[in-house]
Write a protein that binds this ligand. Structure first.
Ligand SMILES: NC(=O)c1ccc[n+]([C@@H]2O[C@H](COP(=O)([O-])OP(=O)(O)OC[C@H]3O[C@@H](n4cnc5c(N)ncnc54)[C@H](OP(=O)(O)O)[C@@H]3O)[C@@H](O)[C@H]2O)c1
Length: 338
């Protein structure tokens, strides 16, 4: 099953809104085939695994390991449960049942009805974490929310600024910034508050690493964003959450929300757009709002060696233990909400 997870992981940042799935076919102690889901709309992992087997006559004695329940519906491809039944595999071992309405146990039932031995729940928690974006989308009707910020070793988020002083302040090393771009590539959307747009004027695209640009989202209830801000360039689509208009101009969409239910409207809008992972990049006010509303699943705090002595205090996550990693000269604190 861990090999299935390794294979599945290769689709991260590519297959969304589909889940990450890997499949391994064994005969006794020997792996006779393996595959994973490569691209949204293309073959599922089970099909790629079966196609990789050199001698298909062995399939009727094989065990199929797959991290997610084989599908039972005609989506962009035919049902994988039927394909495994057609090849008469002996046993199917599954990590997680698929919560997607059109599957949700039907694949398992179909395999069992065909006389195939089925085991479900192998390394279940690891499987849930692998597909955290997909499971959060289907079970909570909102994206998996990853908060990310940089702070100095004395706990500041930004230096003290003179009135109207613009431009971003770097806190972490260049290698850590590259990691942030890789994290962006794994997200379906990146969100910031309007002050970050006005002060830093970020582009919020994936650079320095390979990866697709996520949807850019800004909370700007009073429409302070202006032509010329980089977030409105055509490098990626942008969603401007605002209090007065719903219009689309080129790749930029303004969506009117109710000021007293910003998060509710935002979560619905992201769910409708099949955003399964949202990365919240700042600023401190915006991150604090997500924390206060308990709308987060993971927080990645990147701590540089610099000190500011004074400035904007970084958000804090009370009563939570973090995993701590060194990344070059910076430290990364990873908090998981549950
Ligand atoms: N260290 C880092 O990782 C990092 C990352 C990003 C930015 N920064 C720095 O952070 C600073 C900006 O941070 P900030 O805390 O001042 O501002 P911010 O979080 O970027 O923007 C705050 C504004 O966004 C709007 N907003 C956000 N969430 C909202 C919600 N739930 N409901 C209603 N409105 C919401 C409000 O706009 P209105 O005022 O219009 O209502 C609010 O005043 C900049 O100096 C930037 O350089 C640092």
């Amino acid at each position: 099953m861990r090999r299935c997870f390794q294979l599945a992981e290769q689709g991260r940042g590519i297959v969304s809104p589909n889940p990450l799935v890997g499949c391994v076919l064994t005969l006794g102690e020997r792996i006779i085939g393996e595959g994973y889901h490569h691209e949204y709309g293309s073959h599922h992992a089970e099909v790629n695994a079966v196609n990789s087997v050199q001698d298909p006559s062995l399939l009727s004695q094989a065990t199929a390991y797959v991290n997610l329940e084989p599908c039972a519906h005609h989506g962009k491809t035919p049902p994988c449960a039927d394909m495994l039944i057609k090849h008469q595999v002996q046993r199917v071992v599954i990590s997680n049942r698929d919560p997607f309405d059109e599957v949700d146990g039907k694949g398992i039932e179909r395999l069992k009805a065909a006389g195939i031995q089925v085991t479900v729940g192998v390394l279940e928690d690891e499987g849930l974490w692998l597909n955290r974006d997909f499971f959060t989308h289907h079970t909570k009707q909102r994206p998996f929310i990853q908060l990310k910020w940089a702070q100095t070793s004395d706990g500041f988020f930004d230096k003290s600024r003179l009135t109207n002083e613009l431009g971003s302040t770097w806190i972490t090393a260049p290698s850590t910034r590259k990691l942030v771009h890789a994290m962006r590539g794994d997200a379906d959307a990146i969100l910031v508050g309007i002050k970050t747009v006005l002060i830093d004027n970020p582009e919020l695209t994936v650079r320095d690493v390979a990866g697709k640009n996520p949807l850019r989202v800004v909370i700007d209830l009073n429409n302070a964003i202006a032509e010329g801000h980089r977030i409105l360039n055509d490098e990626a689509p942008t969603l401007i959450i605002n209090g007065s208009k719903s219009i689309t101009q080129g790749s930029n969409e303004w969506l009117q929300v109710s000021p007293n239910q910003v998060f509710e409207d935002l979560m619905n809008a992201l769910h409708e757009r099949k955003v399964q992972r949202l990365m919240v990049e700042g600023g401190a006010f915006t991150i604090q709002r997500f924390l206060m509303n308990e709308l987060w699943d993971e927080a990645m705090v990147l701590e540089g060696n610099k000190t500011f002595g004074a400035g904007m205090k970084a958000p804090s996550i009370p009563q939570k233990a973090a995993q701590v990693y060194m990344y070059g000269q910076d430290r990364i604190y990873q908090y998981r909400r549950s």
